[in-house]
Design a protein around this ligand. Structure first.
Ligand code: MRU
Length: 354
């Protein structure tokens, strides 16, 4: 049995007059520091700055942010639908690729509209209950993803992952890392290669930290080393998370994921994706329609406190890329494995019983 880190990405503290407490991921692994947010603005800043990050965790955070907004709306006596919708839209724009954000905001907006139609009961209570349900459902989905994904790996294998997909990126436990945690709980000894994940180093700072805490063997590599590590025969499988999956299985994930998928194909290594149903966007027929978040060039030119690009040089900083479905061996969801990856199988798995 392995010990999953007893930290949490985002939590609600107290009752209807409570607030959000989140683990500030920008200062990990140096410090484990929680940050309390009491307003919508605080939460939007935390989401934009990646203090809370990872598609499922962003969804939970956004739901809780709208509870904070509603507390404020009650205090100001402005519980109009248009004010709520403005807050919802402003929050959704914070991170455009991770569809869990829009998904959670839509759920909260629906609950607010239903409350508004009758105006019965405390709106903060109603919204808080929904936000807590979103958090709990995500935790349950992650456990199920772990159970479905663990069978992809055999004892003694080397597994490569990109970015961070553990408890930090979700309500609890994780998606791609959940499959690794569960396999380890089953007694499989895996060796994980964690891409450092330029430019913000989620793999180096967060994934290796979570795996180390869980007692799982982990080695950090620079993103550009993956090809050599595969060529040396150190890796028998790749598993990553997702920020948005189109109906045909095309998958947006952290920049660099597409390259890893191409390398895996070139070396005959299966490439898997793990994500809850809340990460699918079935309105998009393919990945061509997925909006790609563009981030501040300073993340590249001044990463972690030091200028590394000459002044005046142009920088391109897309935060995500799209891996075509035909490079993906399987998608692990809480409802089971989608394999082979096709629109028919995506719809059959997601539409099926839980
Ligand atoms: O920019 P980030 O750190 O939020 O990007 C996170 C990722 O790309 C993760 O792989 C994805 O959100 C899945 S998290 C379970």
């Amino acid at each position: 049995v392995i010990a999953v880190p007893a930290v949490y990405s985002v939590a609600w503290v107290g009752g209807t007059d409570g607030y959000v407490r989140l683990l500030d991921q920008t200062i990990l692994p140096g410090e484990v520091c929680y940050r309390d947010c009491r307003t919508l603005d605080d939460m939007r800043e935390a989401i934009c700055m990646l203090r809370v990050r990872g598609a499922p965790a962003i969804g939970v955070a956004a739901a809780m942010a709208l509870v904070l907004h509603t507390q404020q709306a009650v205090r100001c006596g402005d519980l109009s639908e248009s004010t709520f919708q403005r807050a919802a839209d402003w929050l959704t724009a914070a991170r455009p690729t991770a569809v869990n954000l829009a998904w959670a905001v839509r759920r909260m907006t629906g609950v607010f509209s239903r409350w508004n139609a009758s105006r019965a009961g405390d709106p903060v209570r109603v919204l808080l209950d929904e936000a807590l349900a979103i958090r709990e459902e995500d935790a349950q989905m992650c456990r199920a993803i772990g159970r479905h994904g663990a069978g992809l790996f055999a004892d003694g294998q080397g597994i490569l992952t990109h970015c961070n997909t553990g408890g930090l990126a979700t309500a609890e436990y994780g998606t791609a890392l959940a499959a690794i945690f569960t396999a380890a709980e089953q007694g499989k000894r895996l060796h994980v290669y964690a891409d450092e994940t330029r430019p913000l180093l989620q793999g180096a700072r967060l994934t290796s930290w979570e795996l180390q805490q869980a007692g799982i063997d982990v080695t950090v590599i620079c993103d550009g080393m993956a090809a050599q590590v595969m060529k040396e025969g150190r890796v028998q499988g790749v598993i990553v998370g997702a920020d948005r999956i189109a109906a045909n299985g095309d998958t947006a994930n952290k920049i660099g994921t597409y390259g890893v998928a191409v390398l895996a194909r070139a070396h005959g290594i299966p490439f898997h994706v793990a994500a809850p149903s809340s990460t699918f966007d079935l309105n998009l027929p393919s990945g061509d329609g997925i909006p790609i978040e563009q981030r501040d060039p300073r993340e590249i030119t001044h990463g972690f406190g030091r200028q590394t690009v000459p002044e005046g040089v142009r920088v391109y900083n897309p935060a995500f890329d799209v891996t075509p479905a035909d490079l993906i061996a399987s998608i692990v969801t809480e409802k089971g494995l989608i394999r082979p990856v096709s629109e028919t199988n995506v719809r059959a798995t997601l539409g099926g019983p839980p």
